[in-house]
Ligand binder design. Sequence first.
Ligand SMILES: [Zn+2]
Length: 124
Amino acid sequence: MRLHFAAEIVLELVYQHLGSIRKIGAHIAEDKARIDFEWNENISKVFPFIQKEARALVEANQEIMSAFRDEETEKRCWTIRGFARVPCGGTHLRKTGEIGEIELKRKNIGKGKERIEVYVSERR
Ligand SMILES: [Zn+2]
């Protein structure tokens, strides 16, 4: 659940920083999540921004409102005030502080394709 939500936060931040980027795949495993993008640059360039903003969100321990129906998409979604509204019917954390520490790793998975691996750990 933490990893699922961390991946959604990371994806949202990627969209906020690289508006035109296209997601081409995603997978969530036991110990890590990955998100694949079509992107011609080294995606780790935005990691400092994403890490900083994700950390701020975790520290703010904001309420995550779930099972909220988006009028446009007619889908269930979660929302964090002032940050995002994301369609997803999954089960989510109640507060951003539960995410813990988010770590990112970059992998180049082919020409014009970039992968972000997301890891979460308990806060130090
Ligand atoms: Zn979700």
